[in-house]
Design a binder for this molecule. Structure first.
Ligand code: IDP
Ligand code: MG
Length: 138
């Protein structure tokens, strides 16, 4: 089934000049870029995007990290895109990520891990609508 999912190149990925490489990885894996924008999240926006983690000990630090510089938000589409993107990203902690995954190749820590990806159809729906409206999805 063709699915849409939300990917974010986090501030560390943008700062390190990895945006082009990461987009290439998605295209090489058969994903289509349906929408893309560069923006800097405000504290409020980052807090609401990650509301699910608001009780976690790393929440404050995560919000600081996600607002430290611009991000690139994308809708990517393809067969089984939600799970496939998670596989391409690798585990949250780069130490546990499989060889060849984005986080294994580029991430420096469990927090500064280069990319975000929706983890379920419900989160993909919420996260896509967080960044994009209907007319921006081509
Ligand atoms: P995910 O991005 O692989 O879905 P989540 O558990 O949803 O991982 O956590 C969201 C983000 O919060 C992670 O990508 C990472 O940036 C940060 N994070 C998760 N766990 C930790 C932690 O134990 N310490 C610091 N930051 C964390
Ligand atoms: Mg998550």
């Amino acid at each position: 089934m063709i699915e849409l999912t939300l990917s974010i190149i986090k501030p560390d990925g943008v700062k390190k000049g990895l945006s082009g490489k990461i987009i290439s990885i998605f295209e090489e894996n058969g994903f289509e870029i349906k929408a893309i924008k560069k923006l800097r999240l405000t504290k409020k926006e980052a807090e609401s995007f990650y509301f699910i983690h608001k009780e976690r000990p790393f929440f404050k630090s995560l919000v600081e990290f996600m607002t430290e510089g611009p991000v690139i938000a994308m809708i990517i589409a393809g067969e089984d895109a939600i799970q496939k993107n998670r596989n391409i990203m690798g585990a949250t902690n780069p130490e546990n990520a499989a060889e060849g995954t984005i986080r294994k190749m580029f991430a420096e820590s469990i927090e500064r891990n280069i990319v975000h990806g929706s983890d379920s159809p419900e989160s993909a729906k919420f996260e896509i609508s967080f960044f994009f409206n209907f007319f921006e999805i081509i």
